[in-house]
Design a protein around this ligand. Sequence first.
Ligand code: BG6
Length: 490
Amino acid sequence: QEHPKSVIVIFGATGDLAKRKLFPSIYRLVQNEKIGKNFAVVGVARRPWTTEEFRSNVSDSIQTSMKESKDLEEFTSHFYYHPFDVTNPSSYLELNGLLNELDGSYQTEGNRIFYLAMAPEFFGTIAQNLKKEGLTATQGWSRLVIEKPFGHDLPSAQKLNQEIREAFNEDQIYRIDHYLGKEMVQNIEVIRFANALFEPLWNNRYISNIQVTSSEILGVEDRGGYYEKSGALRDMVQNHMLQMVALLAMEPPIKLTTDEIRSEKVKVLRALRPVSDTQVGEYFVRGQYAAGKFNDKEFIGYREEGNVDKKSETETYVAGKLMIDNFRWAGVPFYIRTGKRMAAKSTKIVVQFKDIPMNLYYNKGETVPPNLLVINIQPEEGITLQLNAKKDESEGGYSKPVKFDLSNNLYDGINTPEAYEKLLFDCMRGDATNFTHWDEVALSWSFVDPISDAWKNGKATLATYPSGSMGPKEADELLEEDGNQWWPVN
Ligand code: BG6
């Protein structure tokens, strides 16, 4: 297959995302021979850096994030820096000059990726100026990659979308949700649709409930300013959590094309039962971390963190029960939970199957443990099946739960590429399947907005949980009311 050719323009090239994710991803694409010599990267930001300074920054980023870093000089020679003022038209004209020049020297056929890895307030301005000043009018293709947050509610997302749609068509826009780049998130579809063992059972006749957890050990770190306005609902649920639910619940697509897959995901989001403000307490729990201890270390509470209001009501934890009111899923709760300063860094999906009709192997009063299919997304990657098997005579009784473990990490040589590496490569090849379509963004906000409004209007209490725990007890009660429980994630 021919290597994709492109100039990649990174807005916000002096920032954290560029340094931690984007430069190393481009490096790995080159090392893995996914891209050849026909590429150049232009870093754009306010700081008055020189190309030399930029290259040495790129070089540092590779050295800190890679075990092995060879050919660095040749690699960084593809990088250029352009100091930039997003609101000044002449900045764009100068940038265009540089891009045309690089297009000639690297023979990139006029293909351009504009990657917005910076503060969202400028997304609209940049997109519009790119078009107005002629940067998108080349012989090749132009694509816009846009990081989250995509708005902070439906009206702001609509406004942003209108602004970028004035300059780019929907099929030129690549909205990043980095969870969609994770190997095991991409595996959800394959596990479901390529296995005769699961496919017939994947519905409300055989599945009792599905649990999606994404917990973090880290606290808010130095992002207090951003997080205060966002909270876990907007930061994680609106995007990553709902995307995973959509992949778990969607109907099989007719074909594996971008449009077919997206349209099935959209249908799931349309079928989500809306949560009105009077019901919010029935379906959702919000929590905030208090001081606590984890691995013998003391942690301060959220309200004591930098740039956080001492009386902050921002949630750092969300648990919810989602109902998908369609034929396949009627009656099956999808429980989600996500939070910071929890007892584990873990993203996991647990599919709990319904109980068998009669208990033959356990003593009276005991219940047979349910079959569980666990999809481990991170940090381990793989799947686990919990089944019941015969006990050894010496153990007494009849049966016991056994685990089948299929862990990707165990296989030598499978080094799952970082999410950003995959997504960047997809964008270069023009494959938008693992990016979010506008319809998905809009529907996700429509679901989330009434919940955050209800919270803002004090319609539900804010629970607290000690740092280093698995969240507030109210989240356990949410499941207990249905006769269910959270399955442990570590
Ligand atoms: C980001 C959120 O989208 O995802 C962060 O803004 C969060 O707050 C991060 O820490 C989690 O990503 P991952 O890949 O570490 O699970």
